[in-house]
Design a protein around this ligand. Structure first.
Ligand code: THU
Length: 139
């Protein structure tokens, strides 16, 4: 079924369980889908020195890119402290990483509280006038 996000939302919720977040106790899970339907999950991974912390979205992107995958359709994101209460929008750094590998006109970001409660947003709307490789005249 087109635009059935049940599976990627479920996988993002599952990935959230692996969140390593002893400093914030804020657990985030993501599931990234490539253009062939392959899925890459990620969780946030914190660090005692704070700045090496990696967000769930970037974990998913870096897993995929490190396997040679660079064309993506959408990402589901879910996050919260103990229970998921609200939507978890991606941070600015993650939006910029999305901008590197995704067409902002078509790449979809699914902000999910559950399989039945989610919002779908295009990258262009989360990162208007985003800086990308075309600004460096690189395709
Ligand atoms: N975090 C993510 O994993 N993704 C986001 O989009 C927002 C923030 C993580 C980073 C940090 O481990 C915790 O959530 C609190 O900021």
């Amino acid at each position: 079924m087109a635009n059935d996000y049940t599976k990627i939302i479920k996988m993002a919720i599952k990935a959230r369980k692996n969140s390593y977040s002893p400093y914030s106790s804020f657990k985030v899970g993501a599931c990234l889908k490539d253009i062939n339907g392959n899925l890459y999950t990620g969780c946030n991974i914190e660090n005692a020195a704070f700045s090496p912390t990696n967000c769930a979205e970037r974990t998913a992107f870096f897993k995929a890119v490190s396997e040679g995958i660079k064309e993506f359709e959408c990402i589901a994101i879910t996050g919260g402290s103990s229970v998921i209460k609200g939507y978890c929008p991606p941070c600015g750094v993650c939006r910029q990483v999305m901008m590197e590998f995704c067409n902002p006109e078509v790449f979809k970001i699914i902000l999910a509280k559950s399989e039945n409660d989610y919002k779908e947003i295009l990258l262009k709307d989360l990162l208007p006038l985003g800086f990308g490789k075309m600004d460096l005249s690189i395709k």
